[in-house]
Design a protein around this ligand. Structure first.
Ligand code: HSC
Ligand code: NAD
Length: 320
């Protein structure tokens, strides 16, 4: 039985205040991760603006969110499909889109960045947003592998900057790694923990170390699977089946690479290899490099091709 003490009441009300603090969320990047983060935030009653570089991309992201919501609704409202459709429409109403990050952050409580895994691009984005966002706005990056402190260094809000590392597919994966960089304030960290809980996720606390917890273990494992195949010691199919049936993983390492995106995987490995060139765990893979050079990025390839086709159509003379 829990006793209600004055201290309990104080901590309950301060945690409620923090939870209430984040109502409006700006998600930058409408790709695999950003779309999922926007979906989950909107599903849990937050008002969300999703930002990307073009209207075409945003249209695709919104379509993807709708399709994913329908899958969720089909299960959640199996007995009452009409309630499921109402749920989908209600959540979609919580999401608006924009191609102008600087103007939309003016009314936001939290920015979650999920753009390309490139330090300079992330720094440039946050540097520009820092000048436009209100004082109270918290900035968070969904980076897989870059130090939060390095990304935050382009801003003057080091205390209001942390990491929120979600997992793919965001609507299904329960974990969020909440990263406290050396300058992240306790208040910011607590607000990010509370926000993760408000999304229905299970947060774990991480230090700002390479790969945090999951990727520090997952990346070497996945790379070792690729190297095992490159040495001719197993087919991709057998390695996947072995890890699913022998180790109980829901996806084999190749299936997962395909799911995550080979471009993102290469950005992660190249970055770590550059920082730690003698570490054999982070040695680049010729196979991965070849596939990325050929534009074979995994599951997202069809999506990207489709988008390029749409853009070609939009840019063709008859449309200009
Ligand atoms: C080398 C370097 C690499 C580094 C990588 C690092 C990347 C990063 O930083 C960290 C990560 O994210 S690491 C990656 C971490 N991630 C992992 O490790 C993921 C491992 N994989 C898994 O956990 C499972 O395979 C899944 C949960 C993806 C699918 O579950 P399943 O049972 O195997 O297969 P199923 O039959 O298809 O789906 C069943 C049902 O699930 C639902 N549903 C699924 N997707 C949905 C969506 N998008 N929306 C909505 N709903 C969705 C839906 O209800 C569906 O039923 P339906 O009737 O078909 O609608
Ligand atoms: N793919 C995964 O499984 C996964 C999991 C966890 C974390 N992450 C991390 O999340 C981030 C995004 O990964 P993703 O897989 O969603 O990538 P993605 O390629 O699917 O999407 C990135 C999106 O960002 C947009 N973008 C790029 N620069 C932009 C800018 N300056 N402003 C606005 N939008 C911009 C792109 O147009 C694209 O739509 C990366 O940092 C990645 O490391 C990825």
């Amino acid at each position: 039985m829990a006793f209600i003490t004055r201290q309990n009441i104080r901590s309950l009300s301060s945690s409620a205040a923090l939870r209430a603090a984040i109502k409006h969320v700006t998600v930058i990047g409408g790709g695999l991760m950003g779309a999922g983060i926007a979906q989950v935030a909107a599903s849990t009653g937050h008002s969300v603006v999703l930002v990307d570089t073009s209207e075409d991309i945003l249209k695709k992201s919104t379509k993807g969110i709708e399709a994913s919501l329908k899958r969720v609704a089909k299960k959640k409202f199996a007995e009452k499909p009409e309630d499921g459709e109402a749920f989908v429409q209600k959540v979609l109403k919580n999401i608006s889109t924009s191609t102008d990050a600087v103007s939309v952050v003016q009314g936001t409580d939290l920015v979650v960045e999920a753009i390309v895994e490139n330090l300079k691009v992330k720094q440039d984005l946050f540097g520009a947003l820092d000048k436009a966002a209100p004082e109270h706005t918290i900035f968070a990056s969904n980076t897989s592998s870059l130090p939060i402190a390095d990304i935050a260094s382009s801003t003057a809000r080091l205390d209001r900057f942390g990491g929120l590392h979600f997992f793919n597919p965001v609507p299904m994966m329960k974990l969020v790694e909440v990263i406290k960089a050396p300058a992240t304030s306790q208040q910011t960290f607590d607000a990010l923990l509370e926000f993760s809980k408000a999304l229905g996720k299970h947060p774990v606390s991480c230090k700002d170390t390479p790969g945090f917890i999951v990727n520090r273990l997952l990346v070497p494992y996945m790379l070792e699977a690729v190297r095992l195949h490159e040495r001719g010691h197993g087919s991709k199919e057998d390695i996947d089946v072995a890890m699913k049936l022998g180790a109980g993983y829901p996806m084999g390492p190749f299936e997962l690479l395909d799911y995550v995106g080979l471009d993102t995987s290469k950005f992660i490995i190249d970055g770590w290899h550059e920082k730690d060139p003698d570490n054999p765990l982070f040695a680049p893979s010729p196979l991965l490099n070849k596939l990325v050079a050929e534009g074979k990025l995994g599951k997202k390839t069809a999506w990207v091709r489709n988008l390029l086709q749409t853009q070609n159509v939009n840019n063709s003379p008859e449309n200009t």
